[in-house]
Design a protein around this ligand. Structure first.
Ligand SMILES: CC(C)(COP(=O)(O)OP(=O)(O)OC[C@H]1O[C@@H](n2cnc3c(N)ncnc32)[C@H](O)[C@@H]1OP(=O)(O)O)[C@@H](O)C(=O)NCCC(=O)NCCS
Length: 191
């Protein structure tokens, strides 16, 4: 895509509806393909398709509230540029007031325009309003672009690590933490 994105101020960030599931899935797959090139096997990226993700995102959005999950989208003139999803931690063992950023993805053309920063700020304000006091997220250890982004926003690596599998490929992920009250990170999640 060659179209450029104007300054983030013209971009609208709003809560997702079930009708956004298809566009969210398309951004998700597109973002994996540009951002994970060289990090994940190209055969795996080529095999990804929007349809199963569309169903999963629709379920997540519809279940919003019951699972305390929230999905936010950024759009420009009705076209989706990116999304962020947050909610209660997917794994057990965290304090009640700890939330998780499940995913933040944007189109390649929207990178470095401030769109992700605005989406994340909106999602974190929502978590604060819902009473969460800290947040965690998991990121591929090799995803330097995203890790730089989080670190610029005050997130700190906290020593948590896990492995996940996509097909036969093993993913190594590290955990980051943010104190939502101060906007700064402490060294340990409230587990
Ligand atoms: C990770 C990701 C969301 C980070 O996005 P990003 O492009 O670094 O973040 P932004 O869109 O907010 O751009 C920020 C930069 O845009 C620039 N910028 C340009 N115009 C701007 C504006 N009007 N307002 C704010 N920043 C602007 C600034 O240099 C800013 O850098 P700073 O935050 O250091 O000040 C993005 O790279 C992505 O979607 N990657 C693929 C998916 C992925 O890896 N997700 C993480 C999975 S864990």
């Amino acid at each position: 895509m060659t179209q450029t994105v104007p300054p983030a101020v013209t971009v609208r960030v709003r809560r997702a509806t079930a009708d956004d599931a298809r566009a969210i899935a398309a951004v998700h797959v597109h973002a994996w393909r540009w951002a994970y090139r060289g990090l994940l096997p190209s055969s795996l990226l080529a095999r990804m398709s929007d349809a199963p993700r569309e169903a999963t995102w629709r379920e997540t959005i519809v279940a919003d509230g019951a699972r305390r999950a929230s999905v936010w989208v950024a759009e420009l003139s009705g076209r989706m540029l990116g999304f962020v999803a947050t909610g209660a931690p997917q794994q057990p063992g965290y304090a009640e007031d700890t939330a998780e950023v499940y995913a933040i993805y944007q189109l390649q053309e929207a990178a470095k325009t401030g769109v992700a920063r605005r989406m994340l700020a909106r999602a974190l304000d929502d978590l604060r309003a819902r009473g969460f006091r800290c947040a965690i997220l998991w990121v591929l250890e090799t995803n330097g672009r995203a890790r730089d982004f989080y670190e610029r926003k005050g997130w700190c690596i906290d020593g948590g690590a896990r492995t996940d599998a996509v097909g036969r490929f093993v993913l190594h992920e590290v955990r980051y933490h943010l104190d939502l009250a101060s906007g700064a990170s402490t060294n340990a999640p409230r587990a």
